[in-house]
Design a protein around this ligand. Structure first.
Ligand SMILES: O=C(O)COP(=O)(O)O
Length: 247
């Protein structure tokens, strides 16, 4: 498959990062070379800016940044371009579900990141909710909650691991955000290579010119991908960049 890739969109956890959350020298080198060859390299993550920024800065990426699964899009200068929040009434519902089923839960808000073990806000309506997450070991409970959430048309339901559920406002996903970035860069989705491992990467993997799944990706993600690269522990990002982008 020979395509003229201009933008590389990389997921973080399970993709760009090793399991210890570091970036390998091999991945750093491939990203650096791609940028030297004039390609834009972008992180497209489920993480909030606070937990992505340090790693992104260490890579000297010169283009846009997508955080909270597309809930926020940042300019190369790190000014906010777009933000989409979840209506607080849905957050109230999700919190009730988490409490009822005694699951772990967390949320990224504009005001900060909270979870079950920190002080989770009681005054739901005073916060701007970007993403709500559950972590559920029990398959039946996870499926039940997933199905309940999927019935709400205003919500986008996905995951970033086999045991979690991540929820954004409907229509918010990494592919939709990349489309907006492409418009700004004046390129098409066909000129994008997206690399990821979880369901929150599925849309961008399907819609990009080249969609790459990690060796460690979830089965559905591997099925949808054009190619499966090495694992996150084995510099799969560098391998994909060398194969599809570098001259
Ligand atoms: O949602 C998360 O926190 C995981 O982020 P990721 O999308 O970069 O894997």
């Amino acid at each position: 498959m020979k395509k003229d890739i201009q933008l590389i969109a990389l997921d973080m956890d399970g993709t760009l990062l090793r399991n210890d959350h570091s970036v390998s020298e091999e991945n750093r080198e491939a990203i650096k070379t791609a940028q030297e060859q004039g390609k834009a390299v972008m992180v497209s993550t489920g993480r909030p800016l606070l937990y992505a920024e340090k790693i992104v800065d260490s890579l000297n990426l010169s283009t846009y940044l997508i955080t909270v699964n597309g809930g926020e899009i940042w300019s190369p200068e790190r000014t906010l371009i777009e933000r989409t929040i979840i209506d607080s009434s849905h957050v109230e519902f999700m919190l009730d579900m988490a409490l009822k089923h005694d699951t772990h839960y967390w949320s990224s808000t504009v005001e900060g990141v909270f979870n079950k073990n920190t002080t989770f806000p009681k005054n739901i309506y005073d916060f701007q909710w970007l993403k709500f997450g559950f972590d559920i070991k029990d398959d039946d409970v996870r499926e039940l909650i997933w199905n309940e959430l999927s019935m709400r048309e205003e919500l986008e339901v996905t995951n970033s691991s086999m045991t979690n559920i991540e929820v954004n406002a409907a229509g918010i996903n990494k592919a939709a955000a990349i489309r907006k970035v492409c418009k700004r860069l004046n390129i098409s989705m066909d000129e994008v290579m997206a690399v990821g491992d979880s369901l929150n990467d599925l849309a961008m993997i399907k819609e990009s010119g080249i969609g790459v799944a990690m060796e460690n990706a979830q089965p559905k993600v591997k099925e949808a991908a054009d190619w499966v690269t090495h694992s996150n522990e084995d510099h799969g990002v560098a391998e994909a960049i060398r194969r599809f982008v570098l001259k």
